[in-house]
Design a protein around this ligand. Structure first.
Ligand SMILES: [Zn+2]
Length: 218
């Protein structure tokens, strides 16, 4: 157990710094977790700490019920949301929550982000739907997010931000980057004219191709 937990803590600390430098979050906002499924343990970022300063030892380890297993910090206030996703999605071991600007704008007008470019169709597996509003950190928010996420890899939280999930932590982060890019392209396309949406059957094919080739790489 120890080695897996230590490596998860290091990967999260590294990714936190990458998340700030990529502009997906500002300051202490956003949160990241890894689920070590074979141990039933979730490693999650601490609450309210600057990502530039977070070290591996600041991470908090909880079980799927949220019981503290290890760590001297307080776990992220959105931990219930991360736990609810791991309980609902056996294929997910990484969750990244960001407040990136263009995706969040769609969350404010409560409009789903259509997968208008192929990388988004592959990674998300469909549109990024908007979960119904609930206050941050609540079980209601966790419930709404899981419902709107379904079997796809990204979901918007109304008037709040974006959640990306993946088979790995790194994939969840890529999902957040690609959704932000797709949101920008979709918004620009709407300004320029009428976006032509990819048909559902092509989105399903793109997602299937991505998932099968990704599976072989593991
Ligand atoms: Zn947030």
């Amino acid at each position: 157990m120890e080695a897996l937990v230590v490596s998860a803590k290091q990967r999260i600390a590294e990714l936190g710094r990458k998340m700030v430098s990529s502009g997906l979050v500002a300051g202490t906002w956003g949160n990241i977790s890894v689920f070590i499924r074979q141990e039933g343990l979730v490693v999650v970022t601490p609450s309210g700490m600057d990502y530039d300063k977070i070290q591996a030892e600041d991470m908090v380890v909880v079980d799927l019920d949220g019981k503290l297993i290890d760590g001297s910090r307080k776990a992220s206030s959105e931990t219930p949301l991360h736990l609810a996703i791991y309980r609902a999605r056996p294929d997910v071991t990484g969750v990244v929550h960001t407040h990136s600007e263009v995706a969040s704008s769609f969350a404010v007008v409560r409009q789903r982000i259509e997968p208008v470019v192929e990388d988004a169709a592959m990674l998300v597996g469909g549109a990024v739907e908007v979960a119904e509003y609930a206050l941050p950190g609540t079980e209601d928010l966790a419930f709404n997010v899981v419902a709107a996420l379904g079997q796809r890899n990204a979901v918007l939280m109304a008037n709040h931000g974006l959640v990306g999930v993946g088979a790995t932590l790194e994939e969840a982060f890529t999902v957040c980057q690609v959704v932000e890019k797709c949101a920008r392209i979709y918004a620009w396309s709407c300004l320029l004219g009428t976006p032509v949406l990819l048909p559902d059957e092509d989105i399903a094919k793109l997602s299937k191709v991505y998932r099968s080739s990704y599976g072989q790489k593991k």
